[in-house]
Design a protein around this ligand. Structure first.
Ligand SMILES: O=C(O)C1=C[C@@H](OP(=O)(O)O)[C@@H](O)[C@H](O)C1
Ligand SMILES: C=C(OP(=O)(O)O)C(=O)O
Length: 434
């Protein structure tokens, strides 16, 4: 098991984070379904994006990395049945979105994952896919992987999402590509819309009316759309660690280059501004999924409330936001975020436990937590375990930069799922890592 020792440090300078994980995986799936070859620049070289791409190759797509770009040649709507189970590693996004495609494609496939992924709920995609006519077997203990999918001949449906989840929304829309007739999903709150934006870029017939999204299916012969070139911007969720690290330190200055700025992903910036940080955003590309630069100047922050519609638009940033809460003056309250309990780990329980080890006052709630700051952080004399959750590992590394001694974090291999360059970037920005 790999570990890292991180030391207190002030971070500053310029950083370019690796490609967006959500967009990379969607591009891998859609380029693999297209007719022709797509050139993809900025594809994330992380484990989640690699396992999704490998699964598409198992079903007939061809992928090649050449001259800093990824070239994907698609199957023109006709996926091949894989000989082996699709090995989805740690990726909830890969598993849930691909389940929609496999169910639509009329092939049989099984999906397996690592221990963390094998504990995450999959009933949430089984239900709508079965309504559309697929058969889904979940042979794990409680509606979990391994999953067996037997699809084909899907019928369009109307589906009211029981939770705000871009993964479930995208799963249904991707299955809807192959269905007879129209598929409509209605979201309880707006979630990231990368799937919709990519459908639009590929001229796939999609209609968006507020929280209601419809797609006219291509039917059992499978979707027909042409390959195109894609540019994947840097991952805002990876940038979030440096944004918080700089925002919480008065005098710190940090610039993040070429990072995704989709408004359904960047609610952290609103939170940081409300807490008192000085943040300047420059959009350099507005079309499709926008991107640009973010400049952060640190300040003494004050607590805030984060709940309601804001939650899905910063869901993966909540562990690092709880770190900001520990450093800010007063209470930071996170509510309506029960979904955090079914991520790569129970992120509420893990962050509450870890913050308390550093002497932070924090109250656990079913759907979030209340953190009272500012804490004088004391590095505990214990090793912290990430429990296989990349966002917990990176949040703890940033938290310890504000503390008083070195911290060892165990089980940090998971960081490679989304941000393999994280430790190197930490050193580049002034940190010390052993
Ligand atoms: O659609 C996506 O790419 C994602 C959606 C979110 O999950 P949920 O849909 O489960 O909220 C998020 O937490 C995950 O990291 C990526
Ligand atoms: C929850 C996450 O990813 P996924 O659901 O794709 O495993 C994440 O990256 O924080």
């Amino acid at each position: 098991m790999s570990s890292k020792k991180v030391f207190p440090a002030a971070f500053g300078g310029t950083v370019k984070v690796p490609g967006d994980k959500s967009i990379s995986q969607r591009v891998a799936m859609l380029a693999s379904l297209a007719e022709g070859t797509s050139k993809v620049t900025g594809y994330l070289n992380g484990e989640d994006a690699r396992s999704t791409l490998a699964a598409m190759e198992q079903m007939g797509a061809k992928a090649e990395f050449r001259d800093d770009a990824l070239y994907i040649t698609g199957v023109a709507g006709e996926l091949q049945q894989p000989d082996e189970p699709l090995s989805m590693g740690n990726s909830g996004t890969g598993t849930r979105l691909l389940a929609g495609i496999v169910a639509g494609a009329g092939i049989e496939a099984s999906m397996v994952g690592d221990d963390s992924l094998s504990s995450r709920p999959m009933g949430r995609i089984r239900h709508p896919l079965e309504l559309m006519g697929a058969r889904i077997g979940l042979t794990g203990k409680r509606g979990t992987l391994p999953m067996m999918i037997c699809g084909g001949n899907l019928k369009g449906t109307g589906y009211l999402l029981p939770m705000a989840s871009a993964q479930v929304k995208s799963c249904v829309l991707l299955a809807g590509l192959f269905a007879e007739g129209k598929t409509t999903v209605v979201e309880p709150r707006p979630t990231r819309d990368h799937t919709e934006k990519l459908f639009q870029a590929l001229d796939i017939p999609i209609e968006i009316n507020g929280l209601e999204i419809s797609i006219e299916g291509y039917g059992r012969s499978g979707p027909r759309f042409k390959a195109r070139d894609f540019v994947v911007p840097g991952d805002f969720s990876s940038a979030a660690f440096w944004i918080v690290a700089a925002a919480c330190r008065p005098g710190a200055e940090l610039l993040i280059d070429n990072v995704g700025l989709n408004p359904r992903r960047t609610a952290l910036l609103d939170v940081m501004k409300r807490m008192g940080a000085d943040i300047e955003v420059t959009v350099t590309e507005e079309k499709g999924d926008p991107y640009g630069t973010i400049k952060v100047r640190g300040a003494k922050l004050k607590g805030t409330v984060i709940d309601g519609d804001e939650i899905p638009n910063l869901i993966d940033e909540l562990p690092i936001i709880s770190v900001a809460g520990a450093l800010a003056v007063g209470q930071t309250e996170i509510r309506d975020a029960a979904e955090l309990r079914v991520k790569e780990s129970d992120r509420i329980a893990e962050m509450v436990k870890n913050l308390r080890l550093f002497g932070v006052e924090v109250e656990e709630k079913d759907d979030g937590m209340i953190v009272t700051g500012p804490a004088t952080l004391k590095t505990p004399n214990v090793v912290i375990d990430s429990h296989g959750d990349h966002r917990i590992a990176m949040s703890m590394a940033v938290l310890n930069s504000f503390s008083d001694g070195p911290l060892t974090i165990d089980n940090v291999g998971c960081v490679d799922t989304s941000y393999p360059e994280f430790w190197q970037h930490m050193e580049q920005l002034g940190g010390r890592v052993e």
